[in-house]
Design a protein around this ligand. Structure first.
Ligand code: PAF
Length: 281
């Protein structure tokens, strides 16, 4: 696996890969890689693409109140994991490369970026979309891979690519879970043992709620009961909602594109999870 840290080196390495492979796949990451990231790399490799993974902890997607310096970093471990998973090229830009002095351009979003994480973390999706647009321009992949775990992020990126007519396909990869159902996330390492024991109840609540909704229960009542149960288990529930999957607009009844989304705090850790409804996962 080649490792590059400057734009000229990236351009040369991508050109060389393109000359030898039918397609390029990009897996954007902020490092601290886990099995969820490995699944993204594997999906790209399995498509036959030469796979580029970026590692860049993007300051623009952190609010001033969020601790960027606390974001887990493990460059050596990440590079070893990428190499072992079949990645061809690791792209590790610095902040000056991604945000040149005097930079004055960001991506402005509405639609799926509104509500939920958009409300909880103002400016977050502007940062995510801006850095992804830059990565797409730098690597010029045929496909880019994002986890369904961050469902709203995936829809925001899909919408941006459609709206800006960017010439790549966005591929969503199903959430990878621990054996007890907890969705894998770089933040899970910050859970205390007691919180870690409770954390899988978020996924269990989503599953129970999805079954009740498919069984015809009234959405408002079913969702309210689930929020109450999670609160009793120790979660600070930010939202647990039934939404239209692509637009994130709340809906009242199960549809073909419905998605159940949730964010809940356990101690200092904000957990996100989501599922489709049972016959549509
Ligand atoms: O999901 C992430 O890790 C980040 O939001 C992403 C897509 C790499 C952009 O910085």
């Amino acid at each position: 696996m080649e490792i590059v840290r400057s734009l000229p080196a990236l351009r040369d390495a991508c050109a060389a890969l393109r000359s030898r492979h039918a397609s390029l796949g990009l897996v954007p990451t902020m490092g601290a890689l886990h099995d969820g990231h490995r699944a993204l790399v594997r999906a790209s490799v399995a498509s036959g693409a030469a796979t580029v993974a970026s590692i860049f902890v993007n300051p623009l997607q952190f609010a001033p109140t969020e601790d960027l310096s606390r974001y887990p970093r493990d460059e050596a471990g990440d590079l070893a994991a990428l190499e072992a998973t079949g990645c061809a090229l690791a792209w590790l830009p610095d902040v000056e490369t991604m945000y040149p002095p005097g930079e004055a351009t960001t991506i402005s979003l509405t639609g799926p970026a509104e509500r939920w994480e958009g409300d909880a973390r103002p400016g977050h999706f502007r940062g995510v979309a801006t850095v992804c647009a830059k990565l797409f321009g730098q690597v010029r992949p045929d496909r880019a891979y994002f986890g369904e775990k961050d469902w709203q992020q995936l829809q925001v990126i899909r919408r941006m690519v459609a709206d800006l007519l960017l010439p790549l396909e966005i591929v969503g990869v199903p959430t990878v879970r621990e054996a007890d159902g907890l969705a894998m996330s770089s933040r899970n390492r910050f859970l205390t043992p007691a919180e870690r024991a409770v954390a899988p109840q978020l996924y269990a609540a989503l599953q129970a709620t999805a079954s009740a909704l498919v069984g015809g229960g009234p959405a408002d009542g079913v969702l309210a009961d689930a929020r109450t149960a999670l609160g009793s288990a120790g979660f600070g529930v930010a939202y647990l909602a039934l939404v239209d999957g692509p637009t994130l607009v709340p809906i009242q009844a199960a549809t073909a594109t419905a998605r159940l989304i949730a964010a809940a705090r356990l101690g200092a850790v904000r957990l996100l999870d989501n599922i489709g409804l049972p016959d549509r996962q």
